[in-house]
Design a protein around this ligand. Structure first.
Ligand SMILES: NC(=O)c1ccc[n+]([C@@H]2O[C@H](COP(=O)([O-])OP(=O)(O)OC[C@H]3O[C@@H](n4cnc5c(N)ncnc54)[C@H](O)[C@@H]3O)[C@@H](O)[C@H]2O)c1
Length: 381
């Protein structure tokens, strides 16, 4: 791709009434580095073409009815017009097939989480990616927040001492009622065939696992899970707690719920080491609380001085102008697109992070089904 040229991308998913596809488009285009040129936005050809044109103003010849059609047609275009990467924002069970098709056709991939409906199919993508030589990002978008990156740097530099306790919770309340039959997002998230073996943990516990791994750098050795399904008739978990033992001796807990009435997107991480602790909350994302032994509480703020290089690079505005979900999402794209251009700047979650997330979910479900026993998760890295 030439200097000064925008990257071109296609979108799969994000049709009428959909949630995250349109967010991907905004995030990918936020820095003026990329443009949407093709789309396939629905599970039937007619809806997919119609939504691509109506929502995203994609020209008719690049509004595709199926992903196979999309990849074949884009591949045959001259290099100067062809898309460079594809975004996959469809329900979980379709990710691997679509990503496999894209890699086979030579397109880089950005895929939403969880990577797949089960661990075995997720692992298949390793071979596809190796054969293609393409890049692969998984949108664990919370790692794009500047203060999450600051927390990671602080811990890596030994600012808290050896980590002892990790506590992460992701609480929502929107599934406290049986919305399965009336809400598009609820219907597939509570259906094992489309969501996978876990509901709430697959949907948001997966973000918590990734946030913990990213910020602490710790790997989970063993876990013990207790999942629940509170809403009558619901086929997957809508709430749960998972105890964690990390390699190196730290302990932790991940709690996730979609029936915590009144909660919005209450993702909160607290980490405690030998000398201090830190706390970050998604709903107050521009602050990082730092508690050091025998010192007053410090509140580190986005856009102010004295922060790490990656934190500063991940911030677009002076302090006091709130940045949030879209900007953090765009930071994932910034890292990914810099990598495509061969000028790495920042980081982004990749295929191995997605596979690790699937291993976590696989073990959570296995532990819960066995009655809440401790199960092994990862070999030491
Ligand atoms: N990273 C995040 O913060 C975040 C947030 C929400 C959702 N997600 C993930 O994004 C994915 C989509 O979630 P959502 O809430 O946007 O779902 P949604 O139901 O709102 O939208 C899914 C869209 O995909 C379309 N679709 C389904 N199968 C298709 C196919 N084969 N080809 C083309 N289009 C197809 C549907 O018609 C719909 O338009 C899920 O994997 C979910 O876990 C991630």
């Amino acid at each position: 791709m030439g200097e000064g040229q925008k990257l071109r991308f296609g979108l799969v998913g994000g049709g009428e009434g959909a949630f995250i596809g349109a967010v991907h488009r905004l995030a990918a285009e936020l820095d003026g580095e990329a443009e949407l040129v093709a789309a396939c936005c629905g599970s039937t050809p007619e809806r997919a073409r119609r939504a691509a044109q109506a929502i995203y103003r994609v020209p008719a010849e690049r509004a595709y009815g199926t992903t196979r059609e999309m990849f074949a047609a884009e591949r045959s275009l001259p290099a100067a017009r062809r898309m460079h990467f594809v975004i996959i924002a469809t329900p979980n069970s379709s990710h691997v097939t679509i990503a496999g098709e894209a890699l086979e056709a030579g397109f880089h991939v950005v895929c939403d989480k969880p990577l797949a409906a089960d661990l075995a199919t997720a692992e298949v993508l390793r071979d596809h990616q190796a054969a293609s030589g393409c890049r692969f990002a998984v949108t664990y978008n919370y790692t794009g927040y500047p203060m999450v990156r600051e927390a990671r740097e602080l811990i890596a530099a030994g600012g808290l001492g050896a980590i002892r306790r990790v506590q992460c919770e992701y609480l929502q309340g929107w599934l406290a009622e049986p919305l399965e039959a009336v809400n598009k997002q609820a219907s597939w998230r509570t259906d094992p065939a489309r969501a996978g073996a876990s509901g709430c943990f697959g949907d948001i516990g997966s973000h918590a696992e990734n946030l913990v791994s990213y910020v602490t750098g710790l790997r989970i050795a063993h876990l013990c899970a207790d999942l629940a399904s509170f809403v009558p008739g619901r086929r997957l978990d809508d709430d749960g707690n998972v105890l964690l033992r990390f390699h190196g001796g730290a302990r932790g807990v991940i709690s996730a719920s979609q029936v915590a009435v009144g909660e919005e997107n209450a993702l909160r991480l607290r980490v405690y080491g030998e000398h201090g602790g830190l706390e970050w909350s998604q709903q107050e994302p521009n602050s990082l609380l730092l508690r050091l032994a025998d010192r007053p509480l410090q509140v580190l703020r986005t856009g102010t001085g004295g922060l790490g290089a990656l934190t500063t690079m991940s911030t677009r505005l002076p302090g006091g102008h709130p940045e949030g979900f879209l900007e953090a999402f765009a930071n994932i794209y910034r890292g990914f697109m810099a990598d495509l251009r061969g000028t790495p700047a920042g980081d982004y979650p990749c295929l191995e992070d997605g596979i690790r997330g699937m291993r976590f979910l696989d073990r959570v479900v296995a532990s819960d089904r066995a009655g809440g026993v401790w199960v092994a998760v990862e070999e030491n890295a």
